[in-house]
Every structure is written in C-alpha cells, then in structure tokens.
Design a protein around this ligand. Structure first.
Ligand code: FAD
Ligand code: NAD
Length: 506
C-alpha cells in the first residue's frame, strides 16, 4: 500500500511538471514524526488553518487519540470553502436556479404564477444562514472530539511552536510535536486590475453583491467564473466571460466542454476566448475594460457595472513564518511535501490548497486524513488520479479519471461509450434532458480510464464512476449492475453498455 502510494505520488508530481531535483527532494524525505505527548500541555498535533483540510485533519487526529489544537484566524471554522467558497456559492446557485426555473420552466409543468421576483436580501440571508449553521456545526464537532480551538493568526516561531495573535487582541504560544500547515489559498489578483470588492470583485465580493449588476464581466472561464457567472446571469445580469485560453475549463474533456459551452451560451452567457484584459478604468460609474486578442492585435473596450476576477487562486502563507523555520516552497509559493505530507522541516507537514494539486475541498480533506494517519504511525492514502471535479452550473459537469485527450496522449488503445440524457426516461419525465455520459475504457482490458457527465445532477452521478475507477472496474462491470428505473443513473449503465457492447435505448 505504502509503495503504491509512493508510486502514485511520484507519477502525480511528474504530471505536475516538477523538476527532477524537486521530485528527488520531495520523494526522498524519510518518514518522521516526533512521537506523542503524554500528560503535558504540549500537543501531539497543531493544525494551522480551520478549512476542509485543517478541520478534518484536526478531528481525525483527535479520533486517533492524538492531543490536538486547531488555530484559525477568521473567527469561524470551515475555511474558504464554508465561509466564502463551496457552500455560499452552492446556496446562491440553488436559489438562482429556482428563480430561473420558476420564470422559464415551471409553466411547462403546468405551474403558473402571476409574477415572480427576486428578493436579493432574502436570498443572501438564506445563504448566510446555511454558512453560519455549518460553521457552528464544526465547532460542535471540535467539542465532541475534544479538539482545542484557538481563534487567532498563527505564526511559526520554531518547528514545534506557533505564536498566535488571538482575535481578542492577546497572544498565546501553542506547542506541538507535529505541526500541520493548512492555510489554504487566496484569490490571485491580476496586474492592473485592482480588486475593491465593490465594482471589481473577487469571488468573495461576487457572493455578496447588494444589487444585481446589469452588466457583469467575468475574467477567467474556470470553476468560479462559470458558477458565479451563472448565478448572476440567472438573476438577470448580462454576463460576458473573458478567457485567456482558447477554451473554457481547460481540465475538462474537449467534447463535453464544447457541449457545455453551447449550453451556457444558450442560457445567455457570452464568451470572449483567447482574449486578455490589458487595463481597467473604474473612475466612472461603471468599469471600462480594455481587452485584446491573447496573441496580440487590435484593442477594444468592454463596459461593465461589476467585474469578477476569477483567474485562479494562489497558496496563502502570508505572515506564517515559513522563512524563519526554513520551509521550502516552489516557484508559485506552494509548500513542497513528500508522499507523507512532510515538508523539508521534520515535524512540519502541509496539506490542502497550500500544497501542489487540485485546489478542491474534498482533496484537502483527503490530504488531512492521510497526513494524520501517517503521523499516528498508520498508512495514509489519497488516490490523486481519481479526484472528481464538478462544475455546479445547470447542467452540472462532473468528471473523474482521464479525458479523451489525455488517453490519446498516453497512446493507449481505447473505446468510448456515450449515452445522451435525451434517451433517459427520468430526464425526459422531468423535462431536463440536456447532457450525456461519456466513458473511456482501455480497449484490451475494458478497464475504465475516465468518465465525464453533463447532467442536472452530474455531481452526484459521478461517484458511481469514482468507485468504479478506484476498484479498477471494467465498463462491463458497471453495465451488469442492476440500476433502478427510472433514474438518471441508468444513463451511466447505458454508457457502460455502449462502451463494451451496445446500449439498449439508443
Ligand atoms: C467561490 C469558491 C467556490 C468554491 N467551490 C468549491 C466547490 O464547490 N467544491 C470544492 O471542492 N472546492 C471549492 N472551492 C475550493 C475550496 O474552497 C478549497 O479547495 C478548500 O477550501 C481548500 O481547503 P484548505 O483547508 O486547504 O484551505 P482553506 O479552506 O482556504 O482554509 C484555510 C484556512 O486557514 C486560515 N488561515 C490561513 N492562514 C492562517 C494563519 N496564519 N493562522 C490561522 N489561520 C490561518 C484561513 O483563514 C482559512 O480559514 C471553492 C473556492 C471558492 C473561492
Ligand atoms: N466547483 C468547484 O469545485 C469549484 C468552484 C469554485 C472554485 N473552485 C476551485 O477554486 C480554484 C480557483 O477557481 P478559479 O475559477 O479562479 O480558477 P480556475 O483555475 O478554475 O480558472 C481560472 C481561469 O482563468 C483563466 N485565466 C488566467 N489568467 C487569465 C487572464 N489574465 N485573463 C483571462 N483569463 C485568465 C485560466 O485560463 C482559467 O481558465 C480552482 O482551482 C478550483 O479548483 C472549485
């Protein structure tokens, strides 16, 4: 298991184009933990950062019998994900989808209103309620598992000491035999596009606008741009997405991405691909953006009431004291770790968005559990080849494993099976049949290599595929599992049938 994990980590690091030196360094560090506290006020584990990586690591460490403290600066647990990321965005995606459905789809089902309107403060209040309930819930889990929670800004003063400026204005020193850095990430700002969180906003500002902007320009057609662009587009904004690359969401399978882009365009989203923003002028009422083709050419002006900067995120290590104790980072500021999440400083570990890898909450959680399992002397495991990605638009797009482009690049002979939701009885029954399931399997063995789903609930459907990939299943394995009728999941079964043989319903 440990060897398999090592091999996967190596392959993963290779896939991230790490230099040979970095690789050697990253993989050669010996397993090392400093033992456990007994009866002293010293912790076995101190976690800096209470996001999905940090709070999950803290709870798991405590469950493994380790004396654990978690330090969080924002005064609420859950990190970016719960406070200003996954949860508030999904709340607004759901609320705005209901409004959009009420306006455009309910009549098809024979449900009619005199009028339907948006109450933005009520929508925001529902989002805030979801966030505060969940953050309080994590505090409850900390109490239940006996994790000590220190509210304040942590700074490493030695490999076993964290000085904390507490949010009530005091200072305390927290000692630990093992320290886990889980400080996450922050928005990546673009030169010449200063974020004021009013007219030029990051995702945090876009989650809390007090008015629906008439014109929203989104910089970056990634996860945040498409999700937040969908929210405000459904509520009435004219949304233009400016993307430097030739395609939206570059990590997506190209065939699915094309269908996805068409679907978003049908919903009114406009795309300016292969385009860069070269300047902004926010001196007037709105914002004027100067854009030009990515390869150079004539400039033009796009006007907006609000601009969303969503061109990626960057690891957050400000004020953490990494220099002081000599923790090594790569060129873009990510903390380098070995396969046991250990930095070059013995006893200091790092997980989640602050290390290389996809910046996703579920990946941070997996890192957190595996890291403390190693610290506790067990074997941790994260399957980095099978981390699902989901864009929570409507339809959603979800994927796990390899894209067709990646399979081609590997030179593996493969088969493709597809099934459209137009032929799925449940999707037709609910009149929501846009999308498809696409399965890629190795030709010789039928082993599944990747699954890509565009569907209203693709983010739920994808886990059948994730389990299949994890267990090394073949497409025939899925096809021979009895799937309940009528469900959207039957489309996964049919796509699997189409991969190894023939589907029934198309
Ligand atoms: C708008 C948006 C939507 C997203 N939606 C999704 C989604 O749907 N699904 C998904 O998987 N991912 C989503 N993400 C990404 C997800 O939020 C991150 O991948 C995840 O939060 C990373 O977890 P983490 O624990 O590594 O870091 P974070 O969640 O960033 O947590 C780090 C915590 O550390 C604290 N901290 C930092 N420095 C210190 C310090 N020195 N002392 C004390 N505390 C400190 C911070 O305050 C923060 O609370 C979204 C992100 C954004 C911005
Ligand atoms: N549903 C989810 O799981 C979810 C939702 C939101 C955020 N997230 C996470 O948060 C992270 C940040 O999200 P994001 O959307 O900001 O980043 P992203 O990496 O998903 O997308 C950024 C996009 O901006 C483009 N870009 C970069 N510089 C640009 C420039 N100067 N001009 C125009 N386009 C430019 C990139 O080509 C890319 O397509 C992501 O890595 C993602 O993992 C996940």
């Amino acid at each position: 298991m440990a060897m398999a994990s090592f091999a996967r980590r190596k392959a993963y690091l290779l896939s991230r184009n790490f230099s040979p030196e970095t690789l050697r360094y990253s993989l050669s560090l010996a397993s090392f933990s400093r033992g456990f506290a007994s009866g002293s006020d010293e912790n076995d584990v101190v976690v800096i950062g209470g996001g999905p990586g940090g709070y999950v690591a803290a709870i798991k460490a405590a469950q493994l019998g380790l004396k654990t403290t978690c330090i969080e600066k924002r005064g609420a647990l859950g990190g970016t994900c719960l406070n200003v990321g996954c949860i508030p965005s999904k709340a607004l995606l759901h609320s705005s989808h209901m409004y959009h459905e009420a306006k455009h789809a309910f009549a098809n089902h024979g449900v009619k209103f005199q009028s339907v309107e948006v109450d933005l403060p009520a929508m925001m209040a529902q989002k805030n309620k979801a966030v505060s309930n969940l953050t309080r819930g994590i505090e409850g889990l900390f109490k239940k598992n006996k994790v000590t929670y220190v509210k304040g800004y942590g700074k490493l003063t030695s490999p076993s000491e964290v000085s904390v400026d507490t949010i009530d204005g005091g200072n305390t020193v927290v000692k630990g035999k093992n320290i886990i850095i889980a400080t996450g990430s922050d928005v990546k700002s673009l030169p010449g596009v200063p974020i004021d969180e009013k007219k030029i906003v990051s995702s945090t500002g876009a989650l809390a606008l007090s008015e629906i902007p008439k014109r929203l320009v989104v910089i970056g057609a990634g996860y945040i741009g498409l999700e937040m662009g969908s929210v405000w587009g459904r509520l009435g904004s004219e949304v233009t997405v400016v993307e430097f690359a030739p395609d939206i969401v570059p990590t997506m399978d190209a065939e699915v991405r094309k269908q996805f882009q068409r679907s978003l365009e049908k919903q009114g989203m406009k795309f300016k691909l292969k385009t860069k923003v070269v300047g902004v002028d926010a001196s007037g009422d709105g914002v004027k953006l100067t854009i030009e083709p990515a390869d150079g050419g004539d400039q033009s002006i796009v006007e907006a009431d609000v601009v969303l900067v969503s061109a990626g995120r960057t690891p957050f290590t400000a004020g953490l004291g990494l220099d002081k104790i000599g923790v090594e980072t790569d060129k873009v500021g990510r903390i380098l770790v070995n396969e046991r999440f250990m930095t070059n400083v013995p006893g200091v570990y790092a997980i989640g968005d602050v290390i290389p890898g996809p910046m996703l909450a579920h990946k941070a959680e997996e890192d957190g559990v595996a890291c403390v399992e190693y610290i506790a002397g067990k074997v941790g495991h994260v399957d980095y080849d099978n981390v699902p990605g989901v864009v929570y638009t409507h339809p959603e797009v979800a994927y796990v494993g390899k894209t067709e482009e990646q399979v081609k690049a590997l030179g593996v002979a493969y088969r493709v099976g597809k099934f459209p939701f137009l032929a799925n009885s449940r999707a037709k029954a609910i009149d929501d049949a846009e999308g498809l399931v696409k399965i890629l399997a190795e030709k010789e063995t039928d082993k599944i290599l990747g699954v890509h789903i565009m569907a209203p609930n693709a983010g739920e459907l994808i886990h059948e595929a994730a389990i299949a990939l994890h267990y090394g299943a073949s497409s025939e394995d899925i096809a021979r599992v009895c799937h309940a009728h009528p469900t959207m999941s039957e489309a996964v079964k049919e796509a699997a049938m189409a991969t190894f043989d023939k589907p029934i319903h198309v």
